[in-house]
Write a protein that binds this ligand. Structure first.
Ligand SMILES: Nc1ncnc2c1ncn2[C@@H]1O[C@H](COP(=O)(O)OP(=O)(O)OP(=O)(O)O)[C@@H](O)[C@H]1O
Ligand SMILES: [Mg+2]
Length: 260
């Protein structure tokens, strides 16, 4: 099986801080692959590299065998890497539907002028996109809120819109940065189940950055652990839970050989 995403020796520095330091791992298609690690470990920086916001100083990133290391963010999006942000970046005054349609702009053929003139081709195209937006909203239980301004939804609802907007770009790989941060236990379980539906029904591979260990351990196929910009472990949830280096990183102490 060839990997959907491969990182090799990825490095990002901010002044003296090595936010990423030789990060190497790969993501298999059809999996939920989580990246975990203490605060400041480099997780968000990693997603920024993958989506083309930051450039790696060294190393290489391949998506579907294509070198995307120095590709611009919009091209990476068009290749099929969609992203939801750690802090909600939606237009609160606009409706859920409008926000999801914004997510589809990169896919639309009709230009600004054709749309503005309401040419038949543009109207037809918009209808097809609207149908798809309804389908995606349905997967995330957002259909009843399509006409509501995003700002009127609950916090959990808004986080779901953020995921839906990333999915509206029809990504093959969905990057999620702390999708359940600030949610209660019930909402977390609910979002976990929605992510599994997304994985299975929409054929999307998920790269998940998340602090909630219960969620990470229950839904991940594979986990990569970062600490101070370095990848210190890579494996299935059970192995990660028992890895002394991982336990040490979270406790802020050097790894010991003891296991609980
Ligand atoms: N734009 C930036 N300018 C300067 N330093 C930065 C920038 N972005 C991140 N850093 C630094 O890089 C390191 C990694 O940060 P990053 O945000 O990737 O961590 P993280 O793992 O996402 O943390 P958290 O779990 O708190 O979200 C930190 O030391 C951070 O202060
Ligand atoms: Mg972060």
């Amino acid at each position: 099986m060839s990997a959907l995403l491969e990182l090799e020796g990825v490095e990002v520095r901010f002044g003296a801080v090595k936010a990423l330091d030789g990060v190497t791992f790969s993501v298999q298609p059809g999996t939920i692959h989580s990246v975990i690690g203490p605060n400041g470990a480099g997780k968000s920086t990693l997603l920024n590299v993958l989506s083309g916001v930051y450039r790696t100083k060294a190393g290489r990133v391949e998506f579907e065998g294509k070198d995307i290391t120095r590709m611009r963010a919009d091209r990476i999006t068009r290749l099929g890497v969609g992203r939801a942000f750690q802090n909600i970046a939606l237009s609160g005054d606009q409706t859920v539907q409008e926000n999801l349609m914004l997510g589809r702009h990169a896919l639309m053929k009709s230009g600004f002028v054709a749309n503005g003139l309401r040419l038949p081709s543009a109207v037809r195209e918009e209808r097809v996109h609207l149908e798809r937006v309804h389908e995606i909203a349905d997967f995330l239980d957002l259909e009843p809120f399509l006409e509501s301004p995003v700002g009127e939804l609950s916090y959990g609802g808004q986080k779901r819109v953020e995921i839906a907007r990333a999915l509206a770009m029809e990504p093959k790989l969905l990057l999620l940065d702390e999708p359940v941060a600030g949610m209660n236990a019930n909402e977390k379980r609910y979002v976990s189940s929605l992510l599994k539906v997304v994985l299975e029904s929409l054929d999307v591979t998920i790269l998940l950055v998340e602090h909630d260990m219960e969620m990470v351990m229950s839904i991940s196929d594979q986990i990569t652990v970062l600490d101070f910009g370095r990848s210190i472990a890579d494996g299935v949830p059970k192995d990660i839970q028992e890895d002394p280096a991982v336990i040490g990183a979270y406790l802020g102490t050097p790894a010991t050989k003891e296991t609980p």
